[in-house]
Design a protein around this ligand. Structure first.
Ligand code: SDX
Length: 435
């Protein structure tokens, strides 16, 4: 739907000029309305100031809505709980890219297209050879995804709607192949080709864990867990990595370069890198009797330690994705044949203590999607270094859907924030012998 000009305004009195200014209030379909300040600087001579963008809407979007106070996440109006329970990842990809859940024919065509774009140009394997074997898989993904623009020149005209869609399909299709290759390279095993007879998640698991020397099989329940993890990470409004993709895309950069920029941003431990950091934190804590010590450190302003997997800029309630993972983690571990997972017991104890602690209650700090995902991924056999790669694999459809949505808006302009300058004013140059 289009935004609604309400005919209402907020007014601002500027004590310096004595002038009154009015700025329109615009309503969306759901969630907070906005104050349209696009002419704010031109009319008032002031910049607005919002480091970290805590109160700033950077764009319009119809893709994903989050109600942080209620812990609600919806994609195109469908609640994440319903999608995780009833859909598969490719259905969610179709929904994000096309705006509606696919009927059977649309789904079959989409799945066929994605399945038949999973292969990479054979030269790309030599790109991997340039990395040391112990390179972090995220470093490989940043490079390999950016390098795709060297192979797919035919879809880099971002003004061509058809090319934008082909690039979107290629990225969704090829991320599992690249992710599996990054893992195989890191453990010195040969790359596995895609198997077009398998579903998206099953194919990824086979490319990751199969070897040319053995028959490979994986249970439907494990495939379902993998697919559900992909769904839970698919898109999440204007988070740091999505905003990175949009800003890179606003300069008309090609989609592969934009997704590579998104992967770089996601890597940070404050963002998608948190799933890896949670496991490292749990291993550092080690035993339940040490939980109190780390909670104390997390509350200490002089200690940089934070409780990884806790807190969120938007959710001031339980992250619904964490809730889904928490509810299923015991079943999932049972299905994976994991009878005892001390890290899970530790995570549950950490959550129990934190959620009773005034510091966390007062700041509305709850577990986020990264708090439980790593425990499941570890049980599936992934090393912690692959956790954020899986997040990037899942989020690629969200990034590219947001990128596509941005380019479908004819008003799209290059993003160019301003600043509050605190540096030196003009001063005369000093020759070297006078410094
Ligand atoms: C993701 O944006 C998204 O949508 C991201 C994501 C997605 O799907 O794309 O949901 C994925 O990135 C989830 C978040 C993963 N990151 C972590 O788990 C890292 C640990 N969390 C924190 O670094 C932090 O909570 C952030 C980065 C997630 C949010 O930071 P904000 O919004 O800038 O919050 P803040 O730093 O201003 O914190 C507010 C207060 C501060 O204390 P005071 O200064 O008010 O006294 O809460 C404290 C913070 O010190 N705080 C924490 C804490 N998180 C916030 N204290 C201890 N441990 C924490 N984890």
């Amino acid at each position: 739907m289009d935004k609604k000009d309400t005919g209402e305004f907020v007014t601002m009195h500027d004590p310096r000029s004595g002038k009154e200014f009015r700025f329109p209030i615009i309503d969306g379909s759901v969630g907070p309305s906005v104050i349209d300040i696009r002419k704010f600087y031109a009319e008032t001579g002031y910049f607005t100031y919002d480091p970290g963008f805590t109160s700033t809407a950077s764009c319009d979007s119809c893709l994903t809505y989050i109600d942080g106070d209620k812990g609600v996440l919806m994609h195109r109006g469908y609640r994440i709980e319903d999608l995780a329970q009833n859909a598969n990842y490719l259905e969610v990809c179709y929904l994000l890219l096309h705006g509606e859940l696919p009927n059977q024919q649309e789904y079959d065509e989409f799945a066929y297209d994605i399945t038949h774009h999973t292969m990479l140009h054979d030269q790309i394997q030599y790109f991997f050879r340039g990395f040391r074997r112990d390179a972090h898989p995220m470093a490989i993904m940043v490079g390999a995804v950016g390098a795709l623009s060297a192979f797919y020149h035919d879809v880099t005209d971002i003004n061509d709607e058809r090319q934008r869609m082909i690039a979107s399909y290629r990225l969704v299709a090829k991320m599992p192949t690249l992710a599996a290759m990054a893992y195989k390279y890191s453990i010195g095993q040969p790359f596995m080709y895609a198997d077009n007879s398998l579903s998206y998640a099953a194919n990824f698991l086979k490319m990751t864990f199969a070897t040319p020397t053995e028959e490979f099989s994986v249970s439907d329940s494990v495939v379902k867990v993998m697919d559900q993890i992909f769904i839970l990470h698919a898109d999440h409004e204007q988070n740091a990595s999505t905003s990175t993709v949009r800003l890179a895309g606003s300069s008309m950069a090609n989609p592969f370069a934009c997704i590579s920029a998104g992967i770089s941003s996601l890597w940070g431990p404050a963002h998608g890198g948190a799933n890896e950091a949670v496991l490292d934190m749990l291993e550092q804590i080690g035993t339940k009797d040490r939980v109190g010590k780390f909670i104390k450190r997390a509350k200490d302003k002089n200690d940089p330690f934070r409780l990884m997997g806790f807190g969120h800029r938007v959710y001031k309630n339980y992250d619904p994705r964490a809730g889904i993972l928490r509810a299923s983690v015991h079943n999932v571990l049972d299905e994976l044949g994991v009878t005892a997972e001390p890290l899970l017991d530790l995570a549950l104890e950490l959550e129990r203590i934190a959620l009773k602690d005034e510091y966390f209650i007062e700041r509305k700090l709850f577990p986020n999607v990264d708090f439980y995902s790593g425990i499941i991924l570890k049980a599936m056999g992934f090393p912690t270094s692959m956790f954020t790669v899986l997040f990037a694999l899942s989020r690629t459809v969200g990034w590219i859907s947001q990128w596509k949505e941005m380019h479908e808006d004819p008003r799209n302009r290059i993003g160019r924030p301003r600043q509050l300058f605190l540096g030196e004013d003009k001063r005369s140059f000093k020759p070297m012998d006078q410094r």
